[in-house]
Design a protein around this ligand. Structure first.
Ligand SMILES: Cc1cc2nc3c(=O)[nH]c(=O)nc-3n(C[C@H](O)[C@H](O)[C@H](O)COP(=O)(O)O)c2cc1C
Length: 148
């Protein structure tokens, strides 16, 4: 059983968080943009990251979740970046809901931070503090789902 970190990132912000999560954990498959080269199999914990675009995840994210086999992904944890930076944001909530609809167990807690967009909005975000927060989240979720 393994941990995998996948994301969809148009502007690179969510990728930064995803890379930090993959770096923090030991037996983890690399951080990768969806769709991955081969479908998830025997995954104990899938970290799934999304940006928010006009109140939604990218259609590629929605499509990717549709292809997931709930017998091959035991737990999922969702993270993301957005203009608002809220973990209760629309894209994160939508991804969690879609995963649950697939019958995949989703960790309640999510991680989110602000991400820069349109040149001047949220400049310098995500920053070092956001990366630190993402790593703490990753560790907590990883320890919390171990052996479940
Ligand atoms: C076209 C576009 C639409 C966006 N719509 C929203 C939005 O509805 N709500 C929000 O909080 N942020 C919005 N943002 C900000 C992005 O969610 C933010 O920049 C995020 O970090 C993007 O992630 P990415 O760099 O991984 O693609 C939007 C950004 C762009 C470029």
């Amino acid at each position: 059983m393994k941990t995998w970190v996948l994301y969809h990132s148009k502007g690179g912000n969510t990728k930064k968080i995803s890379d930090a999560i993959a770096e923090e954990l030991e037996d983890v498959l690399k951080s990768e943009q969806i769709p991955p080269a081969y479908p998830p199999e025997n995954v104990a914990l899938l970290f799934l990251g999304t940006g928010e675009y006009a109140g939604k995840p990218d259609p590629k994210m929605i499509e990717f979740i549709r292809t997931l086999n709930p017998n091959r992904v035991k737990n999922a944890a969702v993270f993301g970046t957005s203009g608002s930076g809220l973990a209760t944001g629309k894209a994160i909530s939508a991804v969690k809901e879609l995963l649950k609809e697939k019958g995949i167990s989703v960790v309640d807690e999510s991680y989110s931070c602000k991400g820069k967009f349109f040149l001047f909005m949220n400049r310098n975000k995500p920053d070092a503090n956001d990366i630190k927060g993402a790593k703490e989240f990753a560790r907590k979720v990883y320890n919390g789902t171990k052996g479940t």
